[in-house]
Ligand binder design. Structure first.
Ligand code: 5GP
Ligand code: MG
Length: 168
């Protein structure tokens, strides 16, 4: 994880240099990455959050996407970086990028820690991604299964039997 986050931070520091940036973490999965990443960023920085959820109940397949921008700071005239834990079907970041552009952001780019290979259902692609992973349901480093496991300091594939059985 550490090397991946360092790589992402280096790319942003190079790309934005002294240009102010607003980083918006997608709750809740991005919180660990957000905390680790922003401490390595050197440009004038604003940090905010927004909410998006697509996984419902015990299912590990995405359901309807629900977005809440109420927690987010004003982004009109700002260069914005959307930060999420994982790029799967792409529907979340595709929709959020559109919504932020509609809010008047000068530019909207996106960054994820993980990209699942072969799952994308949209044309949109994240601008920065640290690691590609196979199509398995993963937890840890912010990623959850029913709000468990976010605190694991590493990313691990969840045992399919545990998915089938449900937790606790
Ligand atoms: P997308 O819209 O790209 O399909 O899904 C992105 C969101 O789905 C991520 O923000 C994340 O919350 C959730 N997600 C996708 N794949 C996984 C996974 O393997 N594990 C976990 N815990 N969440 C996932
Ligand atoms: Mg998420």
């Amino acid at each position: 994880m550490e090397a991946g986050v360092r790589k992402l931070a280096t790319e942003l520091n190079r790309q934005y240099a002294d240009r102010p940036l607003t980083v918006l973490g997608v709750l809740t999965g991005s919180v660990v990455l957000l905390a680790d990443l922003i401490r390595q960023l050197e440009m004038p920085l604003r940090v905010g959050v927004l909410q998006a959820r697509s996984y419902r109940g015990v299912a590990t397949e995405p359901g309807e996407l629900v977005v809440n921008l109420e927690l987010m700071p004003a982004v009109a005239g700002c260069d914005v970086l959307l930060l999420d834990d994982i790029f799967d079907t792409g529907r979340t970041l595709d929709e959020l990028a559109r919504r932020l552009e509609a809010c008047g952001a000068t530019s909207v780019s996106s960054m994820v820690l993980l990209t699942k290979v072969g799952r994308c259902e949209v044309e949109y692609r994240p601008d920065y991604s640290a690691f590609e992973i196979p199509n398995e349901f993963v937890v840890g480093y912010g990623l959850d299964y029913q709000d468990h496991y976010r605190n694991l300091p590493f990313v691990a594939a969840l045992d399919p039997e545990e998915i089938a059985a449900g937790t606790q």
